[in-house]
Design a protein around this ligand. Structure first.
Ligand SMILES: Cc1cc2nc3c(=O)[nH]c(=O)nc-3n(C[C@H](O)[C@H](O)[C@H](O)COP(=O)(O)OP(=O)(O)OC[C@H]3O[C@@H](n4cnc5c(N)ncnc54)[C@H](O)[C@@H]3O)c2cc1C
Ligand code: FES
Ligand code: FES
Length: 482
């Protein structure tokens, strides 16, 4: 017996059966619904041509709108939600939505291939931010590529769409729509099966634990921003997926006087305000992590479990002294995050275990922290090197040092020799130079398409110097380094 997938497509209810659980939302829209406004460019979350919006009620019953990439989003993850596509934006009187009208008025489209994706990103911006700054607009569009028009008129459209005030179909009756979505409520999680492939979406930690015990070999799906590519690029098929996105406990973010606890199912978008508050440089890094549609889906747990040597989350988390809580059939266990990574894509995770929580100590007096991402492009690019630096200074001496890097080894990794060269010494240019020599011995990086080994080593040592400059003051630094 299989459940059907139920959701609102624009304003209409849909009940879907018989499609493989890894059917992407984009395939469904274009193939089954013949809604071809949503385009396929890259099929890997990079170009934004496929952007759609997913709406869900928040705790107060109002709808939240999130732009996502439909090319790497699996259809069953829409269960209980509303999917909004470019075809659904027009009002009852056929009036264009302000985002569409502004694109027309500003001549912000030529070939039009990218245009529906831009419109959907603008739509999400308009309904989540009542008065965006230019920086907010650039951020909102960071995941959309246009090869014809150029961005100036599109950015102008982003400003102009606010001129028309309210009056579009999405300004008022969102509570009514949220109410309609109540018809999809489930007491227990979705169990969907098609073509012999199963998709299980537990709704609580208890349900999840039972499912993990029953199926320890099942594949885990969170935001799907890595996983989606296993399907669209590697053409893999999966017998059984356990989806974490409906387990509210995994998304919880809590803060005590000494620690923050970040649920592994929290998205990077959701934790960004907290990171900004405690570690602004970490927030800055995450604003350069992919694009808003990716960050709206991508989770912390997925970034850690994926164990990419160039993942951006692990270096700052390791430098800040994070520990990771694993939950499995035999209960919970906690270990320092740096001990979680064994070798290239090999971790301490056992069958049936998931990454459940990340625990981070809050800054204490005397602590300094910064993380830097070096990549070829500012937005939507993978790091060549990511360097994170955390120190505790006491009476001018380095009392503790944790330096962690991505892109320098087969795993995210601490620079132990450099750390040893810092601890107990004054935080000055001479100490930093000695630590830079040690840092060059900590790693034997690879040459690849992103950077040469020599570039990586030079960059890592220069990032250490930069950290010193920023924590001691630029004038000081000019004297120190000439
Ligand atoms: C266009 C694009 C740009 C990107 N840019 C960046 C970037 O700038 N920096 C960066 O670091 N990454 C980037 N990524 C990679 C990706 O977005 C992140 O790694 C993301 O955090 C993965 O989280 P997810 O929830 O989507 O994981 P998923 O894709 O759902 O899963 C990833 C892997 O982890 C496993 N998994 C997921 N959650 C858990 C869990 N809780 N416990 C155990 N196993 C789990 C899955 O089985 C899978 O093997 C990018 C990806 C795309 C498509
Ligand atoms: S098709 Fe390029 S981001 Fe989806
Ligand atoms: S209008 Fe052609 S790619 Fe943007």
């Amino acid at each position: 017996m299989t459940d059907a997938i139920r959701f609102l497509l624009n304003g209409e209810a849909r009940v879907v059966e018989g499609l493989d659980p890894t059917t992407t939302v984009l395939e469904y829209l274009r193939g089954r619904e013949r809604l071809c406004g949503t385009k396929e460019g890259c099929a890997e979350g990079d170009c934004g041509a496929c952007t759609v919006v997913v709406a869900e009620p928040d705790d107060n019953g109002a709808l939240t709108y999130k732009a996502v990439n439909s090319c790497i989003r699996f259809l069953p993850t829409l269960d209980g939600k509303q999917l909004i596509t470019v075809e659904g934006l027009k009002g009852a009187d056929d009036a264009l939505h302000p985002a569409q009208q502004a694109m027309v008025d500003c001549h912000a489209s030529q070939c039009g291939y990218c245009t529906p994706g831009f419109v959907m990103s603008l739509f999400a911006l308009r309904h989540t931010n009542p008065s965006p700054s230019r920086e907010d607009i650039l951020q909102a569009l960071a995941g959309n590529l246009c090869r014809c028009t150029g961005y100036r008129p599109i950015i102008e459209a982003a400003t102009r769409m606010y001129d028309s005030g309210s009056g579009n179909a999405f300004d008022a009756p969102t509570r009514q729509t949220a109410g309609r979505m109540g018809q999809f409520d489930r007491l227990v999680g979705l169990r969907y099966e098609a073509n012999g492939h199963e998709f299980i979406a537990p709704r609580s930690l208890d349900e999840l634990t039972a499912v993990l015990k029953q199926h320890p070999q099942a594949h885990i799906l969170a935001g799907g921003t890595d996983f989606g590519l296993f399907v669209t690029k590697q053409h893999r098929r999966f017998d059984r997926l356990i989806y974490l996105g409906e387990v509210a406990e995994l998304r919880t973010v809590t803060e005590s006087t000494t620690h923050v606890e970040l649920g592994a199912g929290a998205t990077w978008s959701a934790v960004l305000p907290l990171l900004d508050r405690h570690w602004p440089s970490f927030g800055e890094l995450i604003r350069r992590f992919a694009s808003p549609p990716i960050r709206n889906s991508a989770t912390l747990g997925g970034n850690i479990a994926n164990a990419s040597p160039i993942g951006d989350g692990p270096p700052p988390l390791i430098a800040l002294g994070a520990s990771v809580l694993l939950l499995g059939p035999d209960g919970e266990r906690e270990l320092p995050l740096d001990a979680f990574f064994h070798d290239y894509r090999r971790t301490d995770r056992r069958p049936g275990e998931i990454v459940a929580l990340i625990r981070l100590p809050l800054p204490v007096p005397g602590s300094e922290f910064a993380v830097y991402k070096v990549s070829k492009r500012l937005d939507q690019d993978i790091s060549a090197v990511c360097g994170a630096f955390a120190l505790r200074l006491q009476n001018g001496l380095v009392a503790e040092a944790r330096l962690a890097f991505g892109g320098m080894a087969a795993t995210p990794k601490r620079a132990r020799l450099a750390e040893n060269a810092l601890v107990g010494r004054p935080w000055n240019a001479a100490t930093v130079e000695a630590a830079a020599v040690a840092l060059a011995r900590d790693f034997t990086p690879l040459d690849d398409m992103r950077a040469s080994a020599r570039y990586r080593t030079l960059t890592a040592t220069n990032l250490l110097r930069r950290f010193h400059l920023e924590t001691t003051g630029a004038a000081n630094a000019r004297i120190a380094y000439g």
